[in-house]
Write a protein that binds this ligand. Sequence first.
Ligand SMILES: *Cc1c(COP(=O)(O)O)cnc(C)c1O
Length: 386
Amino acid sequence: MNLSHILNHLGEEREEYYGAVAPPIFQTSNFCFKNVKTMREKLTREMESPFYTRGYNPTVAALRKKIAALEGAEDALVFASGSGAIASAVMSIVKNGDHVICVQKPYSWTSNLISKYLINYGVEHTFVDGTDAANFKNAIKSNTKLIYLESPNSLTFEMQDIEAVVKIAKAHNIVTMIDNSYNSPLNQSPIKMGLDVVVHSASKYLNGHSDVVAGVVCSTRERILKMMSIEYMTIGAIISPHDAWLMMRGLRTLELRANKSSENAAKVVAFLETHPKIEKVLYPFSKNNPQFEIAKKQMKQGGGLLTIILKASEVSQVEQFCDSLKTFLLATSWGGYESLTFPMCALAASRSFENKTMPWNMVRLYIGIEDANLLIDDLKQALEKV
Ligand SMILES: *Cc1c(COP(=O)(O)O)cnc(C)c1O
């Protein structure tokens, strides 16, 4: 389907709401009926038509159509957060006695879901180095139900060869799921490569304006309906009609924003890779990335996230660098219009800092949609202070 049609028109039944160009926000929890017969009929289809907003809301329904089409999926669900979407999707697949293989270093709360939460319900797991697809094959057990990917991850950007992993999973009848947030639906199409379930933190590129926390799950109609009738309705981590509307508004410019963020990031990477104060730049589409070939094979372009390792001898220099940035805001998250910086040394007070995979001189940058020269000048002056 044509991308601009999806973003600007798909799912918007304008003739049903007075020809309003912008969709209405159905800010209602419940819907009423003129007689018991109609109510009874509607109740049998409460996940397909208006009855109660936890199940179906017309504003959310329009958004679901767009999200599904963007990922080339039959259907999609939208949740109140990416973590809510991921937890609901994973829990819809595994049950007591099952085993999950997850790529190592996924998003932190995904890691917690698998290693700290699901174990309470008798679901085992193995984390594997995903840079070699054979590791997934070797970790398969008779009770393996799910292989969970995140390619690339959002800090050090290790990738998995999606087609190779899908082939292994299919041969063993194992469901595959991927967190595609880094790419947005535009730069990588996992369903076309055979993946079963795609999840996103919509708080990042999909909404894109740093004003909504949301998540999505895309899959077959059958899988989505099953998930809806159990996890979606029971756990109830639904998006509000107002947030769904904001997200549709954000989607109008998804292509413009995602492309600008990627183009800017490529320029910033080129600048940083030759800078004497930078030890290393981690970025999927860097020629220095040992996985550059995989990136080219399965992604259209790099995203706006990258990580630098500063040549610094003490933490105070890293702090000096971050504190000196003027355009880059010091904040978590990414995927909005604004450029951001997140230094790993900010984690020093938390337990994850003890993890050696996060060196103290590592700083994640998110490149937004400002002028690339403004961003490069800002980095230049801050690097001089290191
Ligand atoms: C932010 C993020 C999540 C979690 O999404 P929320 O919307 O914050 O709940 C999951 N995966 C990745 C890769 C993320 O960056």
